[in-house]
Ligand binder design. Sequence first.
Ligand code: MSP
Length: 646
Amino acid sequence: MTTYITTPIYYVNALPHLGHAYTTIITDTYCRFRRLCGDDVRFQTGTDEHGEKIARAAEAEGVSPREYVDRVSRAFKEAWPQLSVEPDHFIRTTNPEHIRTVQDILQKVYDQDDIYFSEYSGLYCQGCERFLTEKELVEGNCPDHLKPPEEITEQNYFFRMGRYQDWLIDHIKNNPEFITPKRYRNEVLSFLSEPLEDLCISRPTSRLTWGIPLPFDENFVTYVWFDALINYLTGIGYPDGPDFERYWSSSEHVIAKDILKPHAIFWPTMLKAMGVEPYKRLHVHGYWNVDETKMSKSIGNVVRPGELVEQYGVDTVRYFVLREMSFGLDASFSSEAIVARRNSDLANDLGNLFSRSLTMIGKYAGSVVPEPEKGLLNDVDRELIKAVEHMIKQYRQDMNGFLFHRALQEVWKVIGLLNRFIVTNEPWELAKNPAQEKRLMTVLYVLAEALRIVALVLRPVMPQAAAKMAAALGLDAEQDTLTLDTAGKWGGLKPGTRISQGPQLFPRLDKKNNKKQQQQPTPEKKEKKETVREKGLVGYDTFQELELRVAEIVAAEKIKKSDRLLKLTVRAPEERTIVAGIASFYEPDALIGRQVIIVANLKPAKLMGVTSHGMVLAAKEKDDDGNERLVLSTVSDRITPGSKVA
Ligand code: MSP
């Protein structure tokens, strides 16, 4: 199968920011995923370099448009490798081949009478570079640029877009995957329920010269959208290049909701008029805001991808954006949110699991993947293998549907189960008993094999970390040719493979690592922080280092020779042992099924010979007679064990 996947081509009037980075990262992730499925994939991005906006930006800098677009386009091209984004082709609308093909298309559509000359008065938004309808305005303003559009009367060329309205409605209705998520499909259908006006596709050279001249009238240049959208074709050699034949029928575009109308209405009707079949799927995502506020130069809160990578590392940035945004909805960026994901999901859940497992294979199996004993697989092992197989199925479906956050949730469910698997099997206890040698080797094999599969499915998301994991598991050869079908099957890891410890995948970020963000607080925030420190209180970052979770007690027993201590087995969601000093206040049996709050990232400590992995929180008081009373802390309603308390 082939896949052709594209990002929008970005305007060169601004440098790359988090919004551009997000679209490009998800497109790269999807591209890598399809390659993992065995597809022949082509991934294209690029820059949109004509139009009024660009001409004005160049003028403001006092340079020629050509000089200006060359510089900013280079900044986009150079930004992507820093994010482990590897496009196959970077297109620029100032490429001579692109310009020639746009002119050929205009001529063809003009010759078949789908373009006509007329006078038009309308409300023009400079920011959108298009005429807006009255209905689109919010309190008289363009909803995206928050400015009133200008009333313009002009003679121009028009594309008979209205001619294709019925065809487009039918096409959208007959192809449920044409525009997704559904809300955007519905939005387009609702827009199309009103008569569709023809599209103005020219600008007079008296007003703008920085554009592609119309081949049939030198007094006009092409409207920027009629130029830009065609990049998706010129980039693969339309009309007669072999890559056009090879890839177009499998084309998928990724955009944000801001440019839904040009992609869902202008573009398919243009293709129809040209006699080219429509693209296969359009994937539409929401906006990234910053600290719940719109990202904007004037507010000064624009997030630059290069700075994020420097601060957190490329894999953390990629994981964060994919996990944090539910595809289609808006999301908010904050340094607290990225640090929380890094420390909890990456350092704690994945990183610790990986290094712990490899350390045990090093210690108990001489750093070699051990031979599992088939007959020794018990129900817990079989359940785990089933969960891994289920995850792969779900992951494939979610990644194909652009539900990256869901695919990652599935992977992290398995990571949680693996952490629990270690606690349940206690390999360190098995190691003490020579009769359990074979069981120990089986447990270690199951762990290593599950981690191999976790590394495999994480390749599209975090290419560098996944490669490090594979290398540590002794799998560095032939990694690029693997597919989910071949390598996603249980049992692929060969016993006897030599493993290595490798570096820590995701060291926890402390305040120092996150310094940059703290060095630039608003003056108001800075002042607050200092007052807080003076009073001996802790800051938010210190509080955040504590990982509080809801845990469910599944077993409880008294610890021999202690009046005070109970050994609790809790699910949080992994199963772990916690020793709690509550024996004088609670009967063990009365605790089963209760939900409590635990400190999950407390260093393990041995109490009366039992290792405690965390602490249960409780409130204590003394009455007037000095009698102590203790009540366990809990949540006001039942919730999934493992839920974070913040
Ligand atoms: N040049 C046109 C696109 C032509 S495609 C044939 C354009 N360029 S743009 O530079 O404004 O890029 C818009 C795209 O950048 C959005 O559709 C989205 O992919 C990305 N983003 C820009 N800001 C964004 C957010 N705040 N949040 C998420 N993505 C956003 O429009």
